[in-house]
Each structure stands twice: as structure tokens, then as C-alpha cells.
Design a protein around this ligand. Structure first.
Ligand SMILES: [Zn+2]
Length: 198
């Protein structure tokens, strides 16, 4: 079973991952660039705690208050954990083609690329509909901004699936969090976050 990595980059800052020294304990401490998780827990549980703390850092960096982040980070972190485990997100780093489907919280969201008139009329690069599990993206976007737009729509899905209040519809918040999530997914070797043989 995969242990936690020794280091992880969140919000473009490298964090050391170390032992919290107590059962049931996990904490992110930006002041000393540390994420501390109990070593007593089983590896999958440790990874869940670890992703809860990463979620806390991402949510507050996007402008959520600490109080709100305390409320939502476990839900959002659990969905992020599955996002990393259930998908191959390497396409966000290199020239690999965009997948036609992505799993968010166990639900298959189709990614459709096309010349969608409604999107162009509204000057949007992408759109997500939760009922139909569909993410539409303008196919002619340049490669790097297309990656951002996909992660932007995924961010909406993560917040919606995590039942994070009304944050999934707060556009300025989603904008800010999506940039940080894009950096997180690009800056780290995601294979270290995937379980093996669990
Ligand atoms: Zn949006």
C-alpha cells in the first residue's frame, strides 16, 4: 500500500509531510510548510486525512474563510482524493489528448468538445450540467487554457459533489480555486497519490 509522499506542492509552495504524533490527528501548517498526519492510521485513511488538509489549503487560498473551510474541507478532500485515484490526469501536464470522461465522486462526467453556439454566445469556454453529468468545452481553445477550463468545470463538480454549501455556484471562488487545483495537479507526481493493490 502506498505511503504518503515526503513532500507535496500546494498553492505553489512545497510542504513537508510528517507525523502529527497523535491518533486521529491531521493538520496543515503553512507557517512552517508542513502537513502533519498521524502515522498510526492505515495507509488509505492517512491519504484521506492528507487530502482533507490539502483541500483546506486550496479552499482558503481561494478566499474561503477558515471557519467555512473547517466545515467543508473533509467533504471536498474526500472528493479530491477520489478524483486523483480514479482518473489519469496526466493530460493536464503534457500534450496527451483530453479524456472523454472523468470520474468525480464515483460519477462519470462526459467531457464533450465541440463548437457549441450557446457557449460562444455567452462568451464561455465551458459549462457543466450536474443532472446530465456533462462537461462541454469549446474545442478550439488553445491547449493551456483548455486545461484550465476543464479543471474549472471539474472544480464546479467537486464542490457540487462534496455538497459544499453554495460554493459550486460562486463563480469568483470557483475561478480562484480552479487555478490552485490546476497548479496542484500539474506540480505533483500524481502516481504517488494512487494506491497500489489496496
Ligand atoms: Zn464556472
Amino acid at each position: 500500500m502506498t505511503e504518503l509522499p515526503k513532500q507535496i506542492i500546494v498553492n505553489r509552495i512545497p510542504y513537508s509531510v510528517c507525523n502529527s504524533g497523535e491518533d486521529y490527528s491531521y493538520e496543515a501548517d503553512p507557517g512552517v510548510q508542513e502537513i502533519r498526519v498521524t502515522t498510526e492510521a492505515a495507509p488509505p485513511r492517512k491519504r484521506q486525512y492528507f487530502m482533507w488538509e490539502i483541500a483546506h489549503l486550496l479552499l482558503t487560498s481561494a478566499g474561503m474563510s477558515t471557519q467555512e473551510a473547517d466545515k467543508y474541507h473533509a467533504g471536498v478532500g474526500s472528493v479530491l482524493n477520489r478524483l486523483v485515484v480514479d482518473n489519469d490526469l496526466e493530460f493536464l501536464k503534457c500534450g496527451k489528448t483530453t479524456p472523454s470522461m472523468i470520474w468525480v465522486n464515483g460519477l462519470p462526467y462526459a467531457i464533450q468538445q465541440g463548437d457549441f453556439k450557446e457557449l460562444k454566445d455567452e462568451d464561455l469556454g465551458g459549462r457543466i450540467t450536474y443532472d446530465t453529468l456533462c462537461i462541454q468545452i469549446l474545442e478550439n481553445l488553445k491547449p493551456d487554457i483548455k486545461k484550465y477550463v476543464i479543471v474549472h468545470e471539474i472544480t464546479h463538480a467537486v464542490l457540487f459533489e462534496a455538497n459544499a454549501g453554495n460554493y459550486s455556484s460562486r463563480e469568483p471562488f470557483v475561478e480562484a480555486m480552479a487555478w490552485q487545483l490546476l497548479y496542484f495537479l500539474q506540480d505533483n507526481d500524481l502516481s504517488i497519490l494512487k494506491p497500489e493493490g489496496e
